[in-house]
Write a protein that binds this ligand. Structure first.
Ligand SMILES: C[S@@+](CC[C@H](N)C(=O)[O-])C[C@H]1O[C@@H](n2cnc3c(N)ncnc32)[C@H](O)[C@@H]1O
Length: 164
């Protein structure tokens, strides 16, 4: 363990504020990842203690949510033939964001567990429209949304394709 509570061996980039919990790192902790700090783990413990099944129950739900995301990606690749993705709110970035989307070919937009961060005043429907507008016919949109705040086991999941 390092001084700020990060698991030994994990890197702490200078621009990361480890004094305040961050949604992506809390989610990483719930998934069993290593890119989180004590402040994130404490925030998760406080936030989810009262949920059904407690923190362990939420962690199990979150793993299921991630598994659904994986199945959705497989559907787009194997059944829909889409091979490029725009994943909004992907969590802890694992690689440099892609700058090479080919807008002449279908793209799958993933909005998993992110829309509850936007209020009605943000016009999420309009934002989704802006994301989809430049994409080619046949592009896909997959969304998941908690039906009660932050309980993935009660999550709505949907997918659609853009017509020509
Ligand atoms: C519940 S996690 C879901 C992560 C991932 N999509 C998944 O399903 O495994 C929500 C993510 O949305 C990100 N997020 C929140 N507000 C955002 C915004 N305005 N723009 C981009 N990402 C955002 C958080 O940082 C966090 O990584």
């Amino acid at each position: 363990m390092t001084s700020n509570g990060a698991p030994a061996g994990s890197a702490e980039p200078a621009e990361i504020d480890t004094s305040v919990a961050h949604a992506a790192r809390v989610y990483d902790y719930l998934l069993g990842g290593r890119a989180n700090f004590k402040v994130d783990r404490d925030a998760a413990a406080r936030a989810y203690a009262a949920f059904p099944g407690g923190l362990d129950g939420v962690r199990a739900d979150v793993r299921q949510h991630r598994a659904v995301l994986g199945r959705m990606v497989r559907y787009f690749v194997e059944d829909a033939g889409i091979v490029q993705f725009l994943d909004i709110g992907t969590g802890i970035p694992r690689k440099t964001a892609a700058k090479t989307l080919d807008f002449s070919r279908p793209t799958a937009v993933m909005l998993f567990g992110i829309l509850h961060f936007f209020s009605d005043a943000d016009d999420p429907r309009g934002l989704i429209g802006q994301l989809m507008a430049p994409l080619a016919a046949g592009s896909g949109l997959a969304m998941s949304h908690p039906q009660t705040p932050a309980v993935p086991s009660q999550t709505w999941v949907g997918a659609a394709r853009k017509s020509g």
